[in-house]
Design a protein around this ligand. Structure first.
Ligand SMILES: [Cu+2]
Length: 468
């Protein structure tokens, strides 16, 4: 999608907030509602202090209005329908039509006023995770304020004092409300050039979240503590997650927050990144080191940065392999090495839809034409240019292209590897590995005892001039 398409797409998906009259300024800002799970284009600031906007993966940024120098937002906590991936729509709770809610972008020093309307069936509140603010604005129901009753609107107001990466989420019945999808991202941009914050060419953000939704149902089970079956980026599961599309040589920043119940080692292929910011703000450059996986604990935020200097389609995913799977029963027995095909046939006489996990590993599953219940995602899905990818859940790709124009976030399609740069099949003869000798002995074949099991050459290191 090019930028113009993006903008028209956003206009279709959102209720635009038009010019506001003086009379309206005395009232609430009209809440903008997003109905599309597409990645919205960066929302360039039309007023207020300038900044380079972020792109929210399969999400969008909330519009605001300026009211006597105060940046006003209106969040509506409400039940929403969220497409987790094509083929599955879940009934969640969120903000302004989506889960997660819209990303809030402000500038360091901005005075921010947030109207929060509660259209849920129970009281709620919002905690502005990581912010410096007056105690009464921190949003813990019962501790800092009364919970927002059903049908009422509360106002939060504070100055965004430090630049960085933040989240927002309820602090009233939070186990239920976060299990239902209530959360959002918040970015405070630096007011002026900051020695620890570099200017990124592309700046992405998303939240890690998880749901437990039984096959054929659409509402999360809210009492699940650990055994979730949908592991998502911004309430989307692969292949429903958009790729990060960047230009070769771009400085890319990706901001991640974790509001699941477990940690997620987020891993990028083909590049090394540095953690340039945490929940506490930008990290001093002397504290940074290169890595390819960053473990993001529950309640944490991390921002990582790298130069996208390698063309290709690079996997970007949680490294817990169960988190790159879609709904499955974790109590299925392991069938690797078990030939149960005859058994399956006999059981299928009684239960025609009966299936078992693949006896050659689970890769069997990704080609199977399974009869899935409605509103259920295939366990492993997604097709690439070379066959099934066999992934679900917390998986997407970084697509680096020479020809991706600045400001163009559209999907460039699949990478064509230059000739001679792709793994290929060996078609020569295969030598008999030494380890098979033991098997031949086991079969009663006479071993050649004069032949060493493994030939090794050992060379002693030359003595150093001075030994210690
Ligand atoms: Cu994970």
């Amino acid at each position: 999608m090019n930028r113009r398409d993006f903008i028209s797409g956003a206009a279709l998906g959102a209720v635009a907030v038009a010019g506001v009259s003086k009379v309206a300024l005395a009232a609430l800002p009209e809440p903008a509602i997003m109905t599309s799970p597409e990645t919205a284009p960066p929302r360039l600031p039309g007023n207020g202090r300038p900044y380079n906007p972020v792109v929210t993966l399969n999400g969008w940024t909330a519009p605001w209005r300026m009211n006597n120098g105060v940046k006003e937002f209106h969040l509506v906590a409400e039940p929403v329908e969220r497409e987790i991936a094509p083929g599955m729509v879940a009934r969640l709770w969120g903000y302004n039509g989506q889960s997660p809610g819209p990303t809030i972008e402000v500038v360091e020093g901005d005075r921010v006023r947030l109207f929060v309307t509660n259209r849920l069936p129970e009281p709620t509140s919002i905690h502005w995770h990581g912010q410096r603010l007056p105690n009464g604005m921190d949003g813990v129901a019962g501790l800092n304020q009364k919970a927002i009753p059903v049908g009422r609107t509360f106002v939060y107001e504070f100055v965004a004092r430090r630049p960085g990466t933040f989240m927002y989420h309820p602090h009233a019945d939070e186990m239920v409300q976060m299990a239902m999808g209530m959360m959002g991202f918040w970015v405070t941009h630096p007011r002026q050039k900051h020695e620890w914050i570099s200017e990124a060419d592309r700046d992405f953000c998303f939240l890690l979240n998880a749901y437990d939704i039984d096959p054929a149902s659409v509402v999360p089970k809210i009492n699940t503590m650990l055994d979730f079956n949908l592991w998502t980026f911004n309430s989307r599961a692969f292949p429903g997650i958009d790729s990060f599309n960047v230009r070769l040589g771009d400085r890319v920043r990706i901001r991640v927050g974790n509001l699941t119940m477990t940690n997620h080692p987020i891993h990028l292929h083909g590049h090394e990144f540095e953690v340039t910011g945490t929940d506490g703000g930008p990290t001093p450059p002397g504290s940074r080191w290169p890595e390819v996986t960053s473990d993001i604990a529950v309640g944490q935020m991390r921002q990582v940065e790298f130069i996208a200097d390698a063309e290709g389609d690079w996997a970007f995913h949680c490294h817990k392999s169960h988190h790159t799977m879609n709904p499955m029963g974790h109590d299925v027995p392991t069938m690797i090495g078990v030939d149960h095909r005859g058994l399956v046939g006999r059981i299928q006489n009684l239960v025609p839809e009966y299936m078992v996990m693949g006896e050659r590993g689970m890769a069997d599953m990704k080609d199977m034409q399974m009869m899935l219940p409605e509103e259920t995602l295939a366990m492993m899905a997604g097709f690439g240019p070379h066959g099934p990818i066999g992934m679900g859940g917390m998986f997407t790709m970084l697509k680096v292209r020479r020809g991706q124009r600045p400001g163009d976030y559209s999907d460039p399609g699949w990478y064509q590897q230059p000739a001679g740069t792709q793994a290929y099949e060996w078609t020569g003869s295969l030598p008999d590995p030494q380890r098979f000798a033991a098997e031949r002995l086991h079969r009663g074949e006479v071993p050649d005892l004069n032949r060493p099991a493994l030939e090794m050459q050992v060379r002693k290191p030359a003595p150093a001039a001075h030994s210690h």
